[in-house]
Ligand binder design. Sequence first.
Ligand SMILES: [Fe+2]
Ligand SMILES: [Fe+2]
Length: 201
Amino acid sequence: MRTTKPALLLSLMIAVLQGAIACGQENDSRLDKELEAGLNKQINEEMFSSYLYLSMAAYFESANLPGFANWMRVQTQEETRHAMMFFDYVNRRNGRVLLTEIEAPQVKWKSPLDAFTAAYEHEKHISSRIRSLVKHARGQSDDSTDNFLQWFVAEQVEEEDSTYKIVQQLKLVGDDRAALFLIDRELAMRVLPPNPAPAAP
Ligand SMILES: [Fe+2]
Ligand SMILES: [Fe+2]
């Protein structure tokens, strides 16, 4: 019995050491801390985008433009999906999602053109955030995050294009209320795509 105790102690110590080594290996697959913070920030950016577009939906409802409001409602849902994609990705990489306060959005705009110009400018801002994350991921040789972000690079082309086109249409119609009504009818057709955005790699 006396001879087995030191052997048991030794095997316990080995097991603890192996566990520590295994934990260290898990940590190696974790995200770079700064990149993790950047991805967390992007969750907030996407949630703010959703909140901003919901505020625009409320503005359009109050302006009796239900088609414009519908377009913004769909946009709100898309932005929440984007936030969830970042949420899921951070978790998959064994990172830690830390949510922060969402800034209050603007609540009034001078006109539909003013609101859509703000939406377009906001999308350009989001594109620059995505580009900066790509740069960071590449600086860390983090191919997985780079690959994950490429979906957003393509998505931002769409986001800028769709808001830009509506801005141009609104500039064309100017004060023509009948034409504005027609655009409202068109924007009422927008629906949330049935397939959610592709899962993060
Ligand atoms: Fe987005
Ligand atoms: Fe967007």
